[in-house]
Design a binder for this molecule. Sequence first.
Ligand code: GCU
Length: 612
Amino acid sequence: MHFPLSPSLPTISLDGAWNSIVDPYESGISSRYYKTEKPQSKSDLVEFDYDHSPKLKVPGDWNTQRDSLLFYEGPVWYQRNFSYQRKLHRRVFLYFGATNYFSRVWLNGTKLGEHVGGFTPFDFEVTDQLVEGENSVVVEVDNTRRLDGVPSLKTDWWNYGGLTRGVKVVEVPETFVENYFLHLSSDRKSVDGWVQFNGKPVKNEVAIEFPETGFVYRTLLTPEGRANIGFEASAIACGKKLISECKAALELWSPENPKLFKVVISGEGDSVTDEIGFRTIETRGTEILLNGKPVFLRGISMHEEAPFRSGRAIFEENDRTLLTWAKELGCNFVRMAHYPHNEDMVRLADRMGLLLWEEIPVYWDIQWQNATTLENAKAQLRDVILRDQNRAAIAFWSMSNETPISAERTRFLKSLSTYARDLDATRLITSALNHTDKTGPFSRTLSDPAGEYLDTRLITSALIGPRGSGTTVVQDDPLTEALDVIGQNEYIGWYEGKPEDADNTRWTFAFNKPVIVSEFGADAQYNLHGDAQTRFTEEYQVNVFEHQLNMLAHMPQLAGMSPWLLMDFRSPRRPLPGIQDYFNRKGLISDRGQRKRAFYILQKFYREKAAQ
Ligand code: GCU
């Protein structure tokens, strides 16, 4: 990936209606769908015609655009024309916000390249491939699930396929700002970071300007176009005044005060503008410190599912609805599950004041020993960090969710954690764990002949004994050693035992680190009522939440929580007719925006927590 799409970059949007060919047998390669050929004569054999093919909206998943594609998994070909006027001393890139899952891209019949992964941006330089006037771009997108994939074959979310985020033509000068990272030092005394130019530097100087205060920092570039940044943090507040004569302090970002500074980075004839907040996030023993002060994370988990219409949330208005509901719940924290959400969502959280947990889709069981799978996971991690590293809202990089303990798995995830720290040492590394047995035979994935990945949670409880009798759960997953913060998923009252078992459950953690209970919850269909023991009723969900909040009140090392989850979402694993209908109904809000009774239980708890 060449650059984060700074809002100030000149772009031509290719969003809108694209021609599309659904190609279940992938005959498009042999039939050269990447060439927009037309029959030259009546005897010419050309068996596809984009211009008369059905349209698909971009950005968007194809599954919710046509009933016939709801369950479709396989290749779909997208094509559109666009006109372009070449400009001197300009380089041009074709930029994709994200495409799920495996994509091949052609411009004017020339292959530009491929991309693996459904949730991070990528681009191709097309300066030399573009022609004056009409250009044709063809993208084959294939969301077939793959054993060696990230994620692999099994997930509990809908495998939405397509050009799921915006497509743009981006124009930049011959030497341009490729990427930058500005952050507060851990002692909050200085702003550190770097700026990387792409292209041969001439003047060898970069300026970082804060128009709001008038402060400008200038430094030199190396011949490779890199500048290391370092200046006193209060300089931003002091603006043009000399620091020695100025007592002002830098205003820090926090959920209560999501202060963002306009920043202009310019040099070598290029300039990009961004909005950046400055804050520190760290741990001290079992506490999480924001700007040096302990913070309790009043959170909620959420999928990138569009409210009211389902499908991928693609428009800012979708994101704003979801984050506004989280705010209404009393949250200062959101766990974006289980993959990088769209960039607008993250920038909105920056502006609205919500701390974020961002995760790559290393979900349940994947091929831990497959080097390509590890490279794939690392590439997704790198690309999300390079995209979001300047967002103050992002507090956590999460390496995985509910992965079965094995030596290969732990090695895989430890190398990911190290890689994340190398790329960004300013944030906290975590993972959502769910195995809680010290000696249980259940440290490896048990698979039946069909290779089905068993739902571990149904086994763990059997090992540790009936919770009613007062159970101590031990979390000693060896991966914890490599984490700053322990994410703990648990489903007492839904997949394990009865809701009231939570009251007699005590937790111990082998590592003295902060704990975020990253998932707990229960399915409830909106407006289905009954007694507290009847599953899928709102009363059952309330019952689970009440006992959970009681248990968490006694949980050692607890620094936050993100119950599962904000809104019901589509899942191919939830067919229960009349209740789930292929939706996971653990939302506190239905997919139609209706608040369930448990919403108010958690809202009340967070209000009291915030008042403490
Ligand atoms: C898991 C998993 C989620 C899933 C949830 C559930 O813990 O992390 O992705 O949706 O449980 O079963 O509802």
